[in-house]
Design a protein around this ligand. Sequence first.
Ligand code: GUN
Length: 293
Amino acid sequence: MSIRIDGKATAAQIRAEIKEKVDLLKKDGFKTPHLAAVLIGSDGGSQSYVGGKMRACTEVGFESTLIEKDNSITETELLEIVDQLNHNPEIDGYIVQLPLPKHISEQKILEAISPDKDVDGFHPVNMGKMVAGIDCFKPATPFGILELLRRYEIETTGKHCVVIGRSHIVGTPLSIMLSRNSYPGNCTVTLTHSRTKNLETLTKMADILIVALGQPGFVTDDMVKENAVIIDVGTTRVNDDSRERGWRLSGDVDYKNVKNKASYITPVPGGVGPMTIASLMINTLQAAKGKRP
Ligand code: GUN
C-alpha cells in the first residue's frame, strides 16, 4: 500500500504558516506584500493557474494585481509593462505567466524582469545563483516538490532519482536541486528527455521517479520499481464528457495501477499543483522582506 502525498493539504498548511507571518508583518507596521501577475491571452489552463495564484494571495493576506492583455500585444508593449512593474515600489514581486504567444520571445521577457522581483526564479541571475548554491528565488514547482519530500520526511540521501523532462521550469532546476549536498538532496540524479534511450531501464532503477512530461498516463506500473517514490508533475486537460465542464486534469502517471507499487505517490489534481502556488507565496514573502530596512 502506498502513501498518497497530499499536496492540497500541505499547501493549505504552508499558506496558513505564511498568513501568520504576514499578520505579524502588518502588526509591526510593515507594508503588505504585493504580488502582480501578467496574463496574456485566453488559454484556459493559464487562466486557472493565475486565478489560483491570485486567490492564494488573498488567503495569505497579500495584495495582488492581475494585468490581463490579449494575444495581440506586441513584445515592445509587454516589455513596457515589465519595465513599469520593475519600477513600481508597490509591487514586491511579479510573474509573467508562460507560455507567451509565439511572436513574443519568452527569453527576452524573462531577462527583462528585475531579478529582485523575479518570484518565479526564471531570470538567468536567479538560475545562476541556484546552480551556484547562492540564496535566490527558487523556481516554484521544484521548490514545491522538495517541500513535499521534506514534509513527508522522505529519505533522499544516496537515492537514485530519475527525472523525466528537461524543461527550464521543472526538470532542469529540479535535477540540480536534488543533487545538492543538503536535505532534500544528495540524490544521484538521472535527467532524461525525448532523446533518452532505454528509458524504461532507467525508470525501473529509480528510487524516486519525477515525471514532468505533459503526456497523460505515460508512466505505467511496469516502468516502476517496487516501493519507488512517484512524483507526478503532469497537468494536462483531457476530454471528459462525464464532467459538466467537459474535461478533467490528467497526470503523466497511470495513478490507479502505479499506486499499488509505489511507497509514496502524488495524485493529480491535488499533488504538485497546489505546492507550486504555495512556493510562489513563499518567494513573494521573501521578496517583500528583502526590501525591509
Ligand atoms: N507556466 C507553467 N508553470 C509556470 C510557472 O511556474 N510560472 C509561470 N510564470 N508560468 C508558468
